[in-house]
Design a protein around this ligand. Sequence first.
Ligand code: CUA
Length: 338
Amino acid sequence: MRRGSIVALVGLGAVAGGIAAAVALLLPWLPTPAAREAGRIDFVFWFVVVICIAIFSVVAAVLVYSVLRFRVRPDDHEDGPPIHGHTGLEITWTFVPFLLVTSIAIVSAIVLSRNDAQARDTLRVDVTAQQFLWSFSYPDAHNVTSPVLRLPEGRSVELYLRSKDVIHSFWVPEFGQKEDTVPGLVTQLHITPDRLGTFDVVCTELCGLGHALMRSQAIVMPPKAFDRWLRQQERGVTAAAPASGLSVFEANGCSSCHTLSAAHATGTVGPDLDKLVAYAKQAKQPLAAFIRQSIVSPNAYVQPGYPKNVMPQNFQQTLSTQELDALVTFLVQSSQKG
Ligand code: CUA
């Protein structure tokens, strides 16, 4: 091989590699990780990307060089010289990919086993998915339940995921992993949050009309603030205060779909609950009875202009009688005030 060809190949390779590296580095492909597991997964991703860029630059250099140097000239009807194989080349292009693929497998296996490794002092959180909301409860703290996932920074967390109806999928992009919730199964997801902040919890399995709205938040808090929050919630539970309608409203995710000024809720997916009096008139029912029916069997009367089947249909089972009464009373009172 002539010296000039080597220089040209190296130059072309550098250009191709530079372009590919710029595309990889300058575009924001991945969210900034907020969990140790996500950081490790990102490491595997970049490990593979670096290998890909190296292969791409070699292939692109040889390809472009060949097209430029060996293209057919006008009036050139000659075939090239006959060539029969090249043992050295064949060994190289078998052995190099073997090494690369094996190294990817080893790095992935290490990351998988470290991500699944059980840590000591794990915080357990039970995650419940249903059409179309998430709820999170803390068995270490009298099953305190929250519509938002609050986690302490730096502590390993084990999520136990269940579904009440169909398959959903739990995903926080910054945590880097997804896990399906499957009716009849308890699935697990291990995360160790390592960055404070508020992140989106997204359902990533098409689960019905309200799928796109099935969102919540994960809030990573300093450990002390988290403990304080948990103790506070726990005190609320153990004091066994009669459920207030407002707390039932908030704990069941109503505000993600409905507007209600008494609860500072601004959802627009479902009917506007500040207009309940007018809706009850349209449905020709007394206010309290109308509200109760709309909660326990939402499809009995659907306010025109709003979709059917989006409102969860199992509140009869998931709310206690006291909670349901408190919620109805709260909605009646807030309608009459307004
Ligand atoms: Cu639940 Cu999509």
